[in-house]
Design a protein around this ligand. Structure first.
Ligand code: COA
Length: 157
């Protein structure tokens, strides 16, 4: 892309609006921040958004120091609401290494349903080893049921 020079406010506004419009067609990248400390402790993605089929894929990562404190559960509540209520999607997909107990527990906690194994679907960047992946799917109705259990008092958002 050719960056205009001089770079005016109008150029910047066009760029921001264009990014929002075009990013929203295929994905969003979010950060997980500790509110009190304003510290970035993780990332989450909603990628491969397909508005025709109403689908997208999710992925997440938290700094090891902050594992098992419920942070990704909290972040997934927000991202699921965003995907189903704001973007009006119907289904989220997540694939997880069959040995990744933490991620499997996290998917199940927010209502993802195990749909099968994708054989030899992943290669480790570190070792080059090939792994199977568990395929999980979360439909809007799965999320509504899971959310009631996670937040029984029905807080929205
Ligand atoms: C997967 C990951 C994001 C989970 O984040 P987290 O903030 O620690 O998860 P939470 O604290 O919200 O835990 C959610 C549930 O999973 C369970 N869980 C978390 N880690 C676990 C582990 N190692 N073994 C078993 N259960 C685990 C928690 O106990 C909790 O269930 P509970 O409330 O019923 O007890 C984090 O471990 C991580 O970043 N891992 C490395 C990257 C990765 O594997 N990402 C997923 C790729 S698909």
């Amino acid at each position: 892309m050719k960056i205009p020079h001089p770079y005016t406010r109008a150029d910047a506004e066009w760029y921001i609006n264009d990014s929002i419009k075009n990013w929203a067609k295929s994905g969003y990248a979010f950060v997980v921040e500790l509110k009190e400390e304003k510290k970035l402790i993780g990332v989450m993605a909603l990628s491969g958004i397909d508005f025709f089929n109403g689908t997208a894929t999710t992925g997440s990562r938290i700094n090891k120091k902050y594992w098992r404190k419920g942070y990704i559960t909290e972040a997934k509540i927000a991202i699921n609401d965003f995907a189903f209520d704001t973007l009006k999607l119907r289904r989220l997909t997540s694939t997880v290494n069959t040995r990744n107990k933490a991620s499997i527990a996290t998917q199940q906690k927010v209502g993802y349903v195990f749909e099968g194994i994708q054989r030899k679907a992943s290669r480790s960047k570190a070792t080059g080893k090939i792994y199977d992946l568990n395929l999980y799917g979360l439909l809007k109705e799965d999320w509504k049921a899971a959310k009631k259990k996670l937040i029984p008092q029905g807080i929205s958002g």
